[in-house]
Design a protein around this ligand. Sequence first.
Ligand code: GAR
Length: 209
Amino acid sequence: MKYYLLGDEMKVAVFISGRGSNLKAILEAEGRNELGKAEIALVVTNNPIAGGLKHAENYDKKIVILDSKNFTDKDEYDNELKQLMVKNEIELIVLAGYMRILTTSFVDYFEKKIINIHPSLLPAFPGLDVHEKVLDYGVKFSGCTVHFVNTEIDAGPIISQEVVEVLDDDSPETLAERILAEEHKLLPRVIKNISESKIIMINRKVRIL
Ligand code: GAR
């Protein structure tokens, strides 16, 4: 699968809902010229008090806050999101801790143009409270996954994963912290690869060239 770039740069929107440490890692990578042809054009949040907005401000990024309180339903909300993406000529949408489920029509419209980072080795442990579930289950390895978003939750084609060992004395917090450190390297790397058209997908198998 080749990405068609409208210009020399690939315009990216990052969606966040909270702390935004992955957004920070992406912005730092862009600052070091380690994001290939990707240009972070827009930061979007559903949460007016998302802590991560300070990172967008620090890097002078355009911020759009779409508070769900101002919309009657999910379709109206995601339609506004869609117009925003089209108006800003966004070519890749990065869900970086975005905790709202996108509507089917939004996901279909931006097919293969939305990626998500999830803090487990998918398809194991989708959804929420991932680290608690990992520890309760007793698996020895966990990690993080970047995948294309499709209409099933955390089930789109897997682009790349990193493995982290689960330690006997881990708490959800200590495990989350070690996995987060890997997320911060993995997500910018995948964005770079996509921007350089190094991702191909056959059926649901993704290869990085
Ligand atoms: C990250 O661990 C990310 O993988 C997870 O939320 C955290 C956001 O942290 N995402 C999900 O659980 C999505 N299902 P951040 O706001 O500091 O980037």
